[in-house]
Ligand binder design. Sequence first.
Ligand code: C2E
Ligand code: CA
Ligand code: CA
Length: 646
Amino acid sequence: MAVSIAFDVCSLLIAVSVLSVNIHRKSFDLLQNKVFTGLSLTVIISSAARIVSDFALASPEAFSVGYMRIWSYIALLAECTMFFMFAAYCLSVYDISIFGPQLKNKAVMFAPAAAEMMFLVVAYANDLIFRFNSSSDRVSEAVGTAVMIAFSLYFVIYGIVNCLLFKKTTENKVICSLFTFALLAEIGYVSEFLSPDILSPNLFTAFGLLFIQLLTNRAEDYIDAVTEIPNDRAFRRFFEVNLKTAQYSSVYIIYVENSRLLNLTIGHDKVNEILKKIGLYFEEITDKNVFYIDNGTYAIFPRLTPSSKDIFFGSVNRRFGMPWDVDGADFLISIKILEVKIPRDADSCDKIYAYADYLKSEKITSGQLQYASHAELKDNSRTLIVENCIKKAIENDGFCMYYQPIYSVKDKKIVSAEALIRLIDPEYGLISPAEFIPIAERNGSIIQIGKCVLKMVFDFMKRHNIETMGLDYIEVNLSVIQCMQKNLADIIMSLAVDNNVNSKNINLEITETAAAERPVMLMHNMQMLVDHEYTFSLDDFGTGYSNISSMVDMPLMIIKFDKSIIDRATETEEGKILIESLAAMVKKMGKKIVAEGIETKEQLDEMEKLGIDYIQGYYFSRPLPENEFIEYVEKFNDLPAAQVVS
Ligand code: C2E
Ligand code: CA
Ligand code: CA
């Protein structure tokens, strides 16, 4: 008996710790968690009741048989409930509530449970399950035992069969833990009747609980490690359930602008701290209905009426009008908000993610509430195809470089070239960099692509001496993300050394977007490279981000006038005035100018009149594969310029 009590104490301790871990850890409010709490409670009650009854059985002189019987039956009642809860838990793993509408025939659960309870009452009155003999030992009765085991088997089999029905969508570890629990619980239960003095059924079930806790009921799987709020997995479940229950008619997607840029500039730790604070703020104002679904993106389900909506978002905007404090430093954060009506705008989680992507795009202005019904979703499947092509190309060296000649007005020769990447997929053919570079910037693969570009260009320069071809340098495009990489300068310099490339033969193009933000890391990289005699061009000048002061502060040798300002110059008088003044200003600053996108002789003449130094465009040549480029340059530079140009 003492052994049996010790087992019960053990099982009580295990079940209590499982329950307290489950209650105290930060978790996401899932049906599964609630049912698991119920399941743990049944094991606790049963263990406690058995401790009392075994204690009484151990000192028969002090306790009456009636007292022993009551506690034995309380323990048994808790065990019966445990099997019932197990079946309910198996269903809750798939968000099926035994009280919900989905379980068409609730009778399948509740009728056997009611029958079992009735049997227990009758058995209690007639000693049908246990009998207490003259020396106050508990002896099992065969018929009652068989009936009780049959009921327990019914619930176990019902639960497991349901799991197997959903097997396709279930991870193996979940099925494995539920099977283990069922097996252990049955072994314990049967052994209780066979050898009531020694074993405790609860110890088996307590271990079963532990198994489920470790393998299936993992709250951490549903919590974002950084923000400590429910993650995309939790969101998917919540959204699916909400589609069925229609509790919330809208979800709001919140995107924290520039979170990636912030990461690169103020560091991950500080950004994470801000994201956590933002998450907490939304938890407070939405009654915890917040999910962190993607980088810098939250989904919230506030309870709003048409009249409270304005007040709610008014106060959100006021909060984001104020700074967020991290370690004594203040950061102003702007957000974009999109209202998505369910199910009108989104009847699946994937649709929500498509809206989240849309929200990140620049079309949306921050602050104001935007509506999904007005959104023009990009063709998501095309993005997936391109992402896949990029992945394949990175793995199989599927990129190649084209070179577009750049003509010098003064020398009447090709004096440099811009390296432009090409992705030719075996299945989808040529994919334009204008399409795949932005996608690569969004998914982060641009860093690897950037390295491939540098390697390919340096390799080309190792094999061909560009100076003997009459070229001064090759221009290489750097993306904004690359510019903010901490070790960009080191990467470039070590690749140059490996390939024996002279830094004077490399000109790096940064875009206006990068220059306008002027992040610390970019300035640091630029300075280091300039110190090693690399030169820089400002690309796409005039495309909207014009920040004249960046031209003053940055060590730029060349300003590349974008095709759009060239085109405007030939179209309107104002356009002409603009380009004239810009050209005069840049020249006064002592910088050189490349005119991009020159397609006609008229445009070329116009540029020459303006005193533009270099010309790039289809008029001379499209970007060419390596061999054709070499052929072109050799031919062009060997002949009297006038013959080739005209
Ligand atoms: P970009 O840097 O402004 O490159 C110039 C683009 O204008 C090239 O497009 C070029 O083919 C095109 N172009 C040149 N002359 C003319 C012309 O006379 N008329 C017209 N209509 N277009 C002309 P491409 O090669 O399709 O590249 C598009 C953009 O993709 C590039 O714009 C650049 O932003 C990006 N990109 C290309 N290669 C790389 C790369 O290696 N790294 C990075 N980060 N971005 C790249
Ligand atoms: Ca460029
Ligand atoms: Ca450009």
